[in-house]
Design a protein around this ligand. Structure first.
Ligand code: ADP
Ligand code: MG
Length: 429
């Protein structure tokens, strides 16, 4: 979480905008606004004469060059040139992985704080990568209260400098779970899960598979609202699929559905639902459910928790490409109840419907939203009643619990609610 660039990216490919802070060059000679203006001025000149929009003073061609039903470019506001990244002032790097980097930045015009994600284009030799297009396209087609809001796409100095501009969200759930003094309450887990399910249901209804749902890709603001982010692996599932089928290189290992682990090349929305099950479990346990080192270890952890699949629980198991290479352990009862001793029967039922072997039988997001778990006591907590936490992404310092007498009021509320809800939870269990 520092503002220094990652060592692996060759410096000549870096945009000047995201170069080292101490070394920030002056703004480019030609201001971004002027560049944008000159670009847009260019593109606003009608490219070809079309009827009935031919410019005055020119003879109208007797035959239009293309259909009069094609509207002129000026009627496509979305096709304006991208603005420059220099419209934003860089504040700090939020997350710097081996692939990409996410910055916190300020809109120079409005002063609003945003997050900029640099797309991974550095090594591209074959034009703009389809994965980047999918990420932008998926984000743009999923406008929902619980999906991170994309504001625009901006460009840097070179063709490989493309950034997605999003609303800045204070936390990601993975970081939050590691710094929270105590786990979420049942009432809070219900709220978060309902929000996640409603975003996933929305994406699935728009034919979008996320394919990388996990706690680090779920952002949460200080008002108790989750925003699904990182559509870097998303794709439309209605699209024709190539000869090899869908890629198996999806979903971070711990959250990967068993059908993908067993080599299925046709999979669907159920892969996201398995990940939701893993996230549900993680919210309860405060640590990831299946922390396996490899695929085989992961399968054996799954078999141990749920009992190995049978011809009844998963009729298609034997036809999966890798099923023959796996020796199933002897039948043993599932250990789900022992792992989650305090979860109500309804909660356990929802969890086992999400972690169902057969993707055909796995619960859908829409069905899960109606599950009785959400209508039994304790009821989902109103998002406004969630506590707020210092944001690591904004560089705010973490306070040690109970260390500071001047804890913010909302944090104090949180503690009261915690005790109250723990009491309610205990008496409703
Ligand atoms: N809009 C945002 N606001 C605040 N932090 C963000 C935002 N988007 C991403 N992040 C942070 O950056 C991290 C990486 O972003 P992500 O989109 O998941 O990229 P990657 O493809 O590298 O995983 C997230 O886990 C989160 O901590
Ligand atoms: Mg991510």
């Amino acid at each position: 979480m520092s503002a220094t660039p990652g060592p692996s990216t060759p410096s000549k490919k870096r945009s000047r905008w995201d170069a080292d802070e101490d070394n920030q060059p002056p703004e480019p000679q030609l201001s971004s606004k002027r560049r944008a203006k000159s670009k847009s001025a260019k593109s606003e000149t009608p490219p070809v004469q079309t009827l009935p929009h031919a410019p005055p003073g020119r003879p109208e061609p007797t035959h239009p060059r293309h259909s009069i039903f094609v509207p002129p470019r000026t009627l496509h506001p979305t096709l304006t040139p991208s603005r420059s990244v220099y419209c934003y002032e860089r504040l700090n790097a939020i997350e710097e992985g081996s692939y990409g980097v996410v910055f916190r930045a300020r809109d120079k015009q409005t002063g609003e704080i945003v997050a900029l994600k640099k797309l991974k284009l550095d090594e591209e030799k074959h034009g703009f990568p389809i994965t980047a297009l999918r990420e932008i396209n998926a984000l743009m087609s999923c406008k929902h209260e619980n999906v991170v809001n994309i504001r625009e796409v901006v460009v840097g100095d070179t063709l490989t400098q493309v950034f997605i501009v999003m609303d800045f969200i204070e936390h990601d759930l993975k970081t939050l779970l590691t710094v929270m003094p105590s786990p979420f309450l049942q009432s809070e887990i219900k709220t978060l899960l309902l929000q996640l399910l409603s975003a996933v249901a929305y994406c699935h209804e728009r034919w979008i598979l996320h394919r990388d749902l996990k706690t680090s890709n779920l952002l949460m603001n200080n008002r108790g609202t989750i925003k699904v982010a990182d559509f870097g692996l998303a794709r439309r599932y209605g699209d024709p699929v190539g000869v090899g089928g869908l890629t198996q290189l999806v979903v971070t290992l711990w959250y990967r559905a068993p059908e993908i682990l067993l080599g299925a090349t046709t999979y669907s929305t159920a892969v996201d639902m398995w990940s939701v099950g893993c996230i549900f479990a993680e919210l309860i346990l405060k640590e990831p459910l299946f922390q396996a080192k490899g695929e085989i270890e992961l399968l054996s952890m799954i078999f141990k928790l749920l009992g190995p699949p049978t011809s009844t629980s998963w009729p298609d198991y034997q036809s999966l490409p890798l099923a023959k290479t796996i020796t199933l352990p002897p039948q043993q009862p599932p250990q789900l109840r022992q792992k989650f001793p305090y979860l109500t029967a309804a909660g356990l039922d929802l969890l086992s419907r999400l972690l169902t072997y057969d993707p055909e039988k796995r619960i859908s997001a829409r069905e899960a939203l109606q599950h009785p778990y959400f209508s039994e006591s304790p009821l989902p907590k109103h998002p406004d009643l969630f506590g707020s936490f210092p944001s690591a992404a904004a560089g705010e310092k973490r306070r040690k619990p109970f260390d500071s007498p001047s804890a913010p009021a909302r944090a104090a509320d949180y503690k009261l609610l915690t005790e109250f809800d723990a009491y309610a939870d205990a008496h409703n269990a």
